[in-house]
Design a protein around this ligand. Sequence first.
Ligand code: FES
Length: 285
Amino acid sequence: MMIKQLMTRLEQASGLDRISDPLQRGLQAVLKPRMLRDALHGVQVGHPLHPALASFTLGSWTSAAVLDALRGQEFPATALVGVGVAGAVPTALAGANDWAELDHEQRRVGLVHLTANVVSVALYSASLAARLKGDHRTGRILGFAAFGVVNVSAFLGGHLAYKQGAQVNQAVSELHRIGDGWHPVADVSALPHGMPVSRNIGEVPVLVYRDGDRVSVLLERCGHETGPLGEGRVVDIDGDACVECPWHGSTFRLKDGLVMHGPAGSDQPILRTRIVNDVVEANLP
Ligand code: FES
C-alpha cells in the first residue's frame, strides 16, 4: 500500500516539471535527426528498443552480482560489470529518446528512473575502475550498491510501462472491442481516392483508405498515446501515402499500418478487408 501511495505521489509531483520540461526540450534538440530518433524508438524492429537493451544491461549486472556473491570469480565478474557499463550507453540513449515523448506524469516517474540509472552507472563505473586496479573488495561493495540502485530503477521502469502505459501499443486493446465476424464499414463508391476517412465499427473508430480498387482499414486511435489519426495529415513517403499523427508525429503507411516514423515503435493495427456488393467489410486481423 505504501509503495502504491508513494508512486501516486511521484506521478503527481508537479514540482519535478521544473527539471523535466527543460530537460525534455534539451533532449529533443540534441536528438534532432529523425533517423536517429526512429532507430532509438525501435521503428525498424517494430518494437521499442529500450526494454530489450535494458534486459541485456541488467542481465549482465545481475550475473556479475551472482559471481560476486560466490567469490573467487573476479575475472568474469569484472568482465560482466564492464559489459553492463558498455550496454548502459545505448540503453540510456534509447530510454532518454522515449522519455522525451512522454506526458507529464510519465516523465516525472521517468525522471527518477533516469536519475537512479545515472547513479547506478556511476557506481558501476567506479566498481569497474577499482576491479581493474586489483581492488576487488571495493569493486564488489560498489557493485552491490549499484545493483540495489539499478533494481529500484527497474521497478520504476516497470511502473512506467505496466501502470502508466509508456511506449505500450495503446491501439491493440481496441481490437478486443471489435466482435468476431465481418463488419460493414463503408460503401466503396462513396470513398474518396487517396484520402482516409473516419468510420466506426461499433464504438471503435477506424480509418478507411481507398487507393484504386484496394481499401485498407486501420484502427484510428494512434498506437503511441491514442492520438486521433483521422485528424492527421496525409504525407507521401517513398511513393506511399502515410498518415501523420497530429499529437507527436508518429507516421504510419496507410495501405498496411507500417510504422514509418516514431515515437510509436509498433505498427498501427490493421483489419482484414473484403468488398461485398460495393460495401467494404472488415474483420479482425
Ligand atoms: S499519440 Fe503520440 S504520436 Fe500519436
